[in-house]
Write a protein that binds this ligand. Structure first.
Ligand code: PSU
Ligand code: MN
Length: 313
């Protein structure tokens, strides 16, 4: 029984690509609605789609409109998400309530994975995943992205996670949840604006063939999400010290103003952008494009290998 399919609306070209088993890359919309300032958000969303197409793959940005999960958005729909004031931030918790109330919704990493998997999309590019927040030992603020990875079979290409989170606790939580975290051409967990975090990973992969093969084994075994950490390209990486100072100040402000729950990540992101006078937005753009490109290459290699296996049978 796949009742949920009635809520999914696929763009025609996405539907054809899926039907023909061509590479499709899902893109989230929380980063558009709540993660980046206007108009950079719209420009970056378009540039990511273009980068995926340039690799010969199909982009599929996901959002919730009038009671439907739309997979593959028009520029008009992306612009609506990037300019409206009342866009819900949709994680697994929020999916049914947002659909039932016909509200406008932007999907987080967890929400996007969930919707992508309903449509049979296996690859997803984003900036950074959510994680265990600093101080989670008292706030219990742990992103639903981490549990989604343990239950949904989608590979998420990201630049690690922001240091606004507790990266050590995030790694512990992912281990508990059984989620593999792979370093793409790196030995360490990338830390978003900076290339390394000091947290050594158990697995590094250097070729798209090995990456695709690993994903195939993961899913053939009935296992679920995979995180692939791609470091930000060298020339766009920020200096760690001023970034840490900006992060500390943003966290302090959040505490002072009593910001909690799902409002925390957007609040901190916007203050870090302000405190680094937009430099963080440029870096964000560079790493998002890089991740989109690699996700397209991974998806292409994956479907190539699947086609070769089919031929042998
Ligand atoms: N990290 C970023 N930019 C973002 C997000 C995370 O650098 O825009 C968004 C993603 O959509 C992620 C969500 O899934 O924030 C996590 O929010 P929370 O911590 O409330 O789960
Ligand atoms: Mn949270």
């Amino acid at each position: 029984m796949q009742h949920h399919h009635s809520y999914v609306t696929l763009a025609e070209e996405v539907q054809s690509a899926l039907h023909e088993r061509r590479a499709v890359v899902a893109l989230e919309s929380t980063v558009i609605a709540h993660g980046l300032p206007y108009p950079a958000n719209i420009e970056i969303a378009q540039a990511m789609e273009a980068a995926i197409r340039a690799e010969g793959a199909m982009p599929a940005t996901i959002g919730l409109f009038d009671g439907h999960i739309k997979i593959g958005l028009t520029l008009e729909e992306i612009t609506r998400l990037g300019t409206s004031q009342d866009v819900r931030k949709v994680s697994r918790r929020d999916l049914a309530t947002t659909l039932a109330s016909h509200a406008l919704g932007a999907t987080t990493v967890a929400g996007t994975m969930l919707c992508a998997s309903m449509a049979g999309i296996r690859f997803f590019a984003t900036g950074g995943i959510g994680g265990v927040h600093r101080g989670a030992e008292t706030s219990m603020d742990i992103s639903a992205d981490l549990t989604e990875l343990s239950r949904t079979a989608v590979l998420v290409v990201c630049a690690g996670a922001k240091s606004i989170l507790d990266l050590g606790l995030t790694m512990e939580y992912l281990e508990t949840q059984g989620v593999p975290v792979i370093g793409w051409q790196t030995d360490e967990l990338p830390a978003f604006y900076v290339r390394s975090s000091g947290y050594k990973l158990t697995q590094r992969i250097d070729t798209v063939e090995t990456l695709a093969q690993t994903a195939r084994v993961q899913w053939a075994c009935g296992l679920h999400g995979i995180v692939v950490g791609c470091p930000i390209p060298e020339q766009y990486a920020l200096d760690a010290a001023p970034l840490e100072a900006a992060t500390a100040e943003a966290l302090h402000l959040a505490h002072e103003q009593g910001i909690r729950g799902s409002a925390t990540t957007p609040f901190i992101l916007s203050h870090v952008a302000r405190l680094t006078s937009g430099e963080s937005v440029e870096a964000n753009k560079a790493l998002l494009l890089n991740n989109a490109r690699w996700a397209a290459r991974f998806a292409t290699a994956y479907w190539q290998q699947e086609a070769e296996t089919d031929e042998q049978h």
